[in-house]
Design a protein around this ligand. Structure first.
Ligand SMILES: [Zn+2]
Length: 321
């Protein structure tokens, strides 16, 4: 894949404004705080700038250069990196079930990891399931579990199997790592059946914790792109497709306020008792109230408070029901 050396928005091509600088030293120290463990010095990490598109609000890193192999080898082997399940798996399966009944269908999972979702979706009857991943170890794990999985990107898969077409293409938590998002989704449309749907999930940025705590895993070298409703709508506009948003209910305003207060005072890795947290709130009522009012003003999506994760459906022809 060619490197994107422009500092323009990778979706709409407009100018960005500078949000923050993230030097290698900043990143290493934030990773150490996050995992309570010093990352090995030999990890290759470059300096990044964070830009925000003036038109579509997408936050993107400059350069748009993905984390190195050494970074991913380290971060993907941290405890809890790959979740056992994800919220969006169920709504996707429900949507497919409701629409297809007993129809024979095909599903492509782009970035299928070790195959945890494939394991769940294989229970759907009359379904052919194919997975793609670029990590050889994950691909081998899936193949050992009996799945049809290829060590390919969506682009290289299309080049090799250009006759293949799927009813559903799914990609969970990949788009935020991608340097060429428009091309990534366009390649998915190349292997999608005419009436098919693409389901994509990413974090919804800024996440509710980010007003009070810096989340290095939602920044480069891990996440190159930070998606909001406006930036997704621009992506759909650029690709000429329809878009629909799905979200879980957000945590309550009190839960978000308490969590953010705790993170801002104690960081991620301290166990904080309720008593200790309460004493700290009594000492800092102004901060607690500021966080509370910030959270009351949190953006709304589909007329509800924005959660920290979003699932979008992209579809070419006719309006999404
Ligand atoms: Zn833009």
């Amino acid at each position: 894949m060619t490197k994107n050396i422009s500092n323009k928005c990778p979706i709409c091509g407009n100018e960005g404004i500078h949000i923050r600088s993230l030097s290698r030293n900043n990143i290493m120290s934030e990773l150490e705080d996050y995992f309570a463990e010093k990352p090995p010095e030999k990890i290759e990490i470059i300096d990044y700038e964070i830009q925000q598109c003036k038109n579509c609000s997408l936050e993107y890193s400059f350069p748009l250069e993905a984390g190195s192999q050494s970074f991913y080898q380290w971060v993907t082997t941290r405890v809890g990196y790959y979740p056992e399940s994800r919220w969006e798996w169920l709504p996707v399966i429900e949507q497919i079930n409701q629409r297809e009944k007993q129809n024979s269908i095909s599903i492509l999972d782009v970035g299928c990891g070790g195959g945890n979702f494939l394991e769940i979706v294989k229970k759907l009857s009359n379904t052919r399931i194919v997975g793609l991943d670029t990590t050889l170890k994950s691909v081998e794990k899936c193949q050992a579990r009996g799945f049809e999985v290829y060590c390919e990107t969506i682009e290289s898969f299309y080049n090799k199997f250009s006759h293949e077409r799927f009813n559903y293409i799914l990609s969970f938590h990949c788009l935020e790592h991608i340097s060429q998002p428009k091309q990534f989704i366009a390649s998915m449309f190349s292997v999608l059946k005419p009436m098919g749907s693409i389901f994509i999930s990413t974090p919804y940025s800024p996440m509710s914790v980010e007003s009070d705590w810096f989340d290095i895993l939602n920044h480069p070298p891990h996440h190159l792109l930070r998606w909001s409703k406006k930036s997704y709508e621009e992506l759909a506009h650029q690709l000429g497709c329809e878009i629909k948003f799905y979200m879980p209910p957000a945590n309550s305003v009190i839960a978000r306020t308490t969590n953010n207060f705790s993170l801002s005072k104690f960081g991620k890795n301290q166990t904080v008792s309720k008593l200790k947290l309460f004493q700290e709130i009594i000492k800092n009522p102004t901060l607690f109230l500021k966080i509370f009012f910030d959270q009351l003003r949190r953006e709304r999506v589909n007329r509800s408070v924005a959660a920290d994760i979003v699932l979008v459906e992209l579809k070419l022809s006719s309006k999404i029901k």
